[in-house]
Design a protein around this ligand. Structure first.
Ligand SMILES: Nc1ncnc2c1ncn2[C@@H]1O[C@H](COP(=O)(O)OP(=O)(O)OP(=O)(O)O)[C@@H](O)[C@H]1O
Length: 299
């Protein structure tokens, strides 16, 4: 397999804090990869290091087996970062032309319009006059301008309405079919599941899972028995019940994670706890994800 992104033991430290901590992975040509994690997990810092815009404190990053800052690499990559900041004073068309001129085989302005939802009328506008949504589309067009082999998107769908989101993912699918490699960050497990074939899950600066959406969901998924109670039974007591792997409370509801919901229900009834609204869940992914990012042990 052709590895076109290779991170070896990268760490980024800000004063005493490790924003990214010994992260290693490679990405092969043609993969669509979601870097998933909550706020502050280290996603943006990792993307910035992959792009060569931030130097790792330790470790190495290579794109196409080269330094990400080299000209040969620059010509093959495109990126849309969280804050789309573009040069003021230029018209949209002029900026697109300028970006196109940096690359050996750029897409045409017409192709960029069709792929991103920018409108003909937007081309004549000065960039500082664009709305937030139009700026996002321009950022998307600038990322695609060079017809790059490797694309990075940091939280691409933030601030996009439903139509813009749909168009964005359609275009990503088109690029993926053409064999391009795509890396995007997201907070949302659902978005990663819908759009990526591989999820690299970050938590507190480290990679805690790396696999297909199916694999990640299987690992995260936990069955649970939950109920509402106004008893003051300490959670530790429920933890002692047979087959219970983890106990937590969310508002008035107590959750008991287990692989054997029947055994747990039998034990709860035998102990005659005060319970109402008993629910059996076969692994709520978003819930497991929330627990993981809240620092609880779910793996
Ligand atoms: N320039 C900086 N100086 C100091 N600390 C920083 C700096 N940039 C990021 N950090 C810290 O590094 C950690 C990781 O931040 P990062 O932006 O990479 O996370 P993220 O996963 O992209 O989060 P978000 O989803 O909120 O964008 C955070 O704790 C953040 O406060």
């Amino acid at each position: 397999m052709d590895s076109i992104v290779t991170l070896k033991e990268i760490t980024k430290t800000y004063r005493a804090q490790k924003a990214v901590d010994h992260v290693s992975f490679s990405i092969n040509k043609g993969e669509v990869v979601a870097i998933l994690g909550s706020n502050g997990a280290g996603k943006t810092t990792t993307v910035m290091m992959m792009l060569g815009l931030l130097a790792p404190t330790h470790g190495t990053v290579q794109l196409f087996n080269k330094d990400p800052r080299s000209k040969a690499v620059r010509e093959k990559i495109g990126a849309m970062l969280q804050e789309v900041s573009v040069m003021d004073g230029l018209k949209v068309k002029e900026l697109l032309q300028l970006f196109r001129s940096y690359y050996p085989n750029p897409l045409t302005v017409e192709e960029l319009i069709n792929l991103t939802g920018l409108e003909e009328a937007d081309l004549k506008k000065r960039t500082e006059k664009l709305s937030g949504g139009q700026k996002r589309r321009l950022g998307f067009a600038l990322a695609l301008a060079g017809n790059p082999d490797l694309l990075f998107f940091d939280e691409p769908t933030v601030g996009m309405d439903i139509t813009a989101r749909g168009r964005f993912w359609d275009t990503i699918r088109t690029f993926a079919k053409a064999g391009k490699t795509i890396i995007f960050t997201t907070h949302y497990l659902q978005e990663a599941d819908d759009s990526a074939e591989r999820i690299i899950l970050f938590n507190k600066g480290a990679v805690v899972m790396d696999g297909t959406p199916q694999e990640v969901k299987q690992k995260l998924s936990k069955k649970s028995v939950s109920f509402i109670t106004d008893d003051e039974v300490p959670l530790k007591v429920y933890e002692q019940l047979p087959k219970v792997t983890h106990v937590y409370r969310k508002r008035e509801r107590v959750y008991l994670n287990t692989d054997d919901t029947d055994a747990v229900i039998k034990a709860l009834i035998k102990e005659d706890y005060n319970m109402s609204h008993i629910q059996i869940e076969q692994g709520r992914l978003e819930e497991a994800f929330e627990q993981l990012v809240a620092g609880r042990e779910v793996l």
